[in-house]
Design a protein around this ligand. Structure first.
Ligand code: SF4
Ligand code: SF4
Length: 190
């Protein structure tokens, strides 16, 4: 399949915006009162090191300024609406996990929501993750078919995970979640 990088960037960025919006809303009760905000400039730098993430950030967040001291952090938090390193979605702190850890399925669903962006980029450039494409020429080596398959799986799992977390009626099976991340161990809080 011929690689249309602009289209892949758009698909990825649009999905990331959905994930970011939901994660920010879900975490807001905790993060808005947090004295130890977990953003760090050394995480931010990955967006500049990855040719793909830099393209997403340029397309969706053209006015964001990077500073070596503060990364992408502005007065109101992260200024990137898309193009954030996937690791930025992976971390949610203990109080956020603890609030769902008593419900096995919702716990799994939250883990999935944190991992969907990481899932999309796995092994799409040889054995490398999307964020490891550090040079512009690497973009032409992205394998579109696995990229789109992982994106479809991530979108389906994210929809199911957010339905579960928000208590909406479900019609799908939970195998979608397992494709993104294994379930948490029963009777053990992470
Ligand atoms: S995820 Fe946790 S540690 Fe990070 S800003 Fe939110 S409340 Fe604070
Ligand atoms: S969320 Fe934004 S500001 Fe925070 S570490 Fe990630 S890229 Fe940097």
């Amino acid at each position: 399949m011929r690689v249309d990088i602009d289209w892949l960037v758009d698909r990825y960025g649009l999905f990331e915006q959905r994930v970011r919006t939901w994660m920010e809303r879900w975490c807001r009760p905790y993060c808005s009162a947090c004295p130890h905000v977990c953003c760090r400039a050394h995480f931010c730098i990955e967006t500049r090191q990855s040719a793909f993430l830099a393209s997403v950030a340029g397309r969706f967040s053209p006015r964001s300024d990077f500073s070596h001291l503060r990364g992408w952090i502005g007065q109101g938090g992260c200024t990137l609406v898309a193009g954030r390193p996937p690791v930025c979605y992976e971390f949610v702190c203990r109080p956020i996990i603890d609030d769902v850890a008593g419900d096995f399925l919702r716990h799994h669903a939250l883990l999935v929501a944190t991992m969907v962006m990481t899932h999309v980029g796995k092994r799409v450039i040889g054995g490398r993750h999307l964020v490891e494409a550090t040079q512009t020429k690497d973009l032409n080596r992205i394998k579109a078919e696995p990229f789109l398959a992982r994106l479809d799986a991530a979108e389906a799992a994210f929809d199911l995970a957010t339905d579960l977390l928000e208590g909406r009626p479900l019609h799908e099976n939970n195998d979608l979640l397992i494709r993104i991340v294994p379930p948490p161990r029963k009777n053990k809080k992470t």
